[in-house]
Write a protein that binds this ligand. Structure first.
Ligand code: ADP
Ligand code: MG
Length: 447
């Protein structure tokens, strides 16, 4: 790496962690910056899955960080471990794209075995998934994982993909949703391209279909899946399926499919116990380089006891909140995050009171705030509204963004930081925001 980049790199990472913490992961430390040339920074990720995550979810944030740190227009280019240079990177991703097909589901590098917490609720499903990833087509075929929403089925399916791709990058792996299978089937029937369809599904080493219980709705796709299954199974190609119920309980599933789904191993994931929930929270926090005190972890694990997705949601909320308040995560924050509102919450101003106060003061309309307009006369009241909404309501960043023309939470977070910073340097501005704030404090209370 050249010297200039060596100096910039820590600042780029720091910028990302400050302004876009939600996308940052512990493993960002292992991204290897390679070169900066003609406004392009090349950096290497340690696997194609990580490279794809950076390219898909983080590119604009890295570009922004590069610009903030250098003061120049910067665009990032991410390479995988075997991509030799910028030109090869294109070829490599094209090749992988080909393997996984355009309509494959995106693999999330968070969903790897390392990040999966083993508990009594999922021990067998985990062991079986690991076995299948180590020896595709040899251990259990098919592997059928079922269980309720948010209990880790998709996580295990993707962990299998990640591991197989790591161990044998040339494997042809097709990971799709059941919906996508059916849609592609009907498209192929309509377009008369069944030969292509079959090639796509049958010339693979591993076929992984998420949420197979959706197969029930249309009969002809069941028949086609039956033949796909047989073709792959006969030549020992691995099949992995997930479902919200065990094969017998999937409504209208043909008996011949039920029996095939039972040929290998059928295993269930159950809701995690308290100890496992604690470990999951710790794992999710570590993954984001976040420190959460034990009492807060214990509290969250008690309050959220069914859906693991909600546990993760709470961690993400706490991270955003702690950044906003510039305070380490504490119990009060956690209570807000999971909805144990303080008693006087009912008296707080609503988002509408906030917006009315701001639009009245600036003489703008709500529709202006919701529009795409970027003129300062609009962006400033918009940012102040977001800032005050955050201070005075219990709405999440996402919810606030929703009120302003469906902007995402990073935009809201950016707005809040902008207002916060400007209040410190611009006295007049500070007085305006301060008085709007006061007004809300007093008017928000019922008379
Ligand atoms: P499902 O597909 O069963 O509805 P997901 O696999 O999407 O559920 O899991 C929901 C969330 O819970 C994901 O963020 C996933 O990482 C997390 N999760 C589920 N089980 C575990 C586990 N055992 N360890 C760590 N995270 C888990
Ligand atoms: Mg799922």
């Amino acid at each position: 790496m050249n010297e200039a980049l060596e100096r910039l790199w820590p600042d780029i990472l720091a910028h990302l962690r400050t302004y876009h913490p939600a996308v940052c992961r512990q493993w960002f430390e292992h991204i290897q910056p390679l070169s900066i040339q003609g406004g392009v920074i090349s950096a290497r990720a340690h696997s194609p899955v990580h490279r794809d995550y950076l390219q898909r979810q983080c590119l604009q944030f890295f570009n922004e960080a590069g610009q903030a740190v250098t003061g120049r227009l910067i665009s990032f280019r991410f390479l995988g471990p075997n991509d030799k240079d910028a030109r090869d990177a294109g070829a490599e991703s094209e090749r992988l794209q080909d393997l996984r097909q355009a309509d494959a589901l995106v693999i999330n590098p968070d969903y790897c075995f390392d990040n999966f917490v083993i508990g009594e609720n999922n021990r067998l499903a985990h062991a079986a998934s690991l076995g299948v990833a180590d020896q595709p087509g040899r251990m259990y075929n098919p592997l059928f994982i079922h269980g309720g929403v948010g209990l880790g089925k998709t996580h295990l399916l993707q962990a299998i993909c990640v591991k197989i791709l790591q161990q044998s990058p040339s494997s042809v792996l097709y990971y799709i949703s059941c919906d996508s299978f059916m849609n592609q089937f009907f498209d192929a029937v309509q377009a008369g391209t069944m030969a292509d369809f079959r090639h796509k599904f049958r010339d693979v080493d591993v076929l992984i279909v998420d949420d197979i219980h959706f197969l029930t709705k249309r009969d002809r796709s069941q028949e086609e899946f039956f033949h796909t299954f047989n073709a792959l199974h006969q030549i020992n190609k691995q099949i992995v399926l997930s479902s919200d119920a065990n094969p017998e309980e999937i409504p209208h599933l043909e008996a011949r499919l039920v029996s095939r789904f039972r040929w290998g191993l059928v295993t269930e994931v159950l809701p995690p116990g308290y100890e496992t929930r604690v470990s999951i929270l710790q794992r999710k926090a570590a993954m984001r380089s976040l420190s959460i005190p034990d009492d807060v972890i214990g509290y969250l694990a008690t309050r959220i006891d069914t859906n693991i997705r909600e546990l993760e949601g709470a961690v993400v909320k706490l991270q955003a909140q702690s950044l906003l308040d510039k305070q380490p995560i504490d119990m009060r924050m956690a209570q807000l995050a999971v909805g144990d509102r303080p008693d006087h919450a009912g008296q707080k101003p609503t988002i509408h009171t906030v917006i009315t106060a701001v639009t009245e003061f600036y003489g703008v309309r709500l529709t202006d705030l919701q529009s795409e307009r970027r003129h300062r006369s609009i962006t400033i009241p918009r940012q102040i509204s977001m800032y005050l909404a955050r201070l005075h309501t219990c709405l999440s960043l996402e919810e606030i963004g929703g009120y302003f023309g469906g902007r995402d939470h990073t935009t809201v977070m950016h707005a809040i930081k902008t207002v916060d910073n400007r209040r410190k340097t611009d006295q007049e501005f500070d007085v305006v925001v301060g008085s709007l704030h006061e007004k809300l404090v007093h008017n928000g209370r019922p008379a």
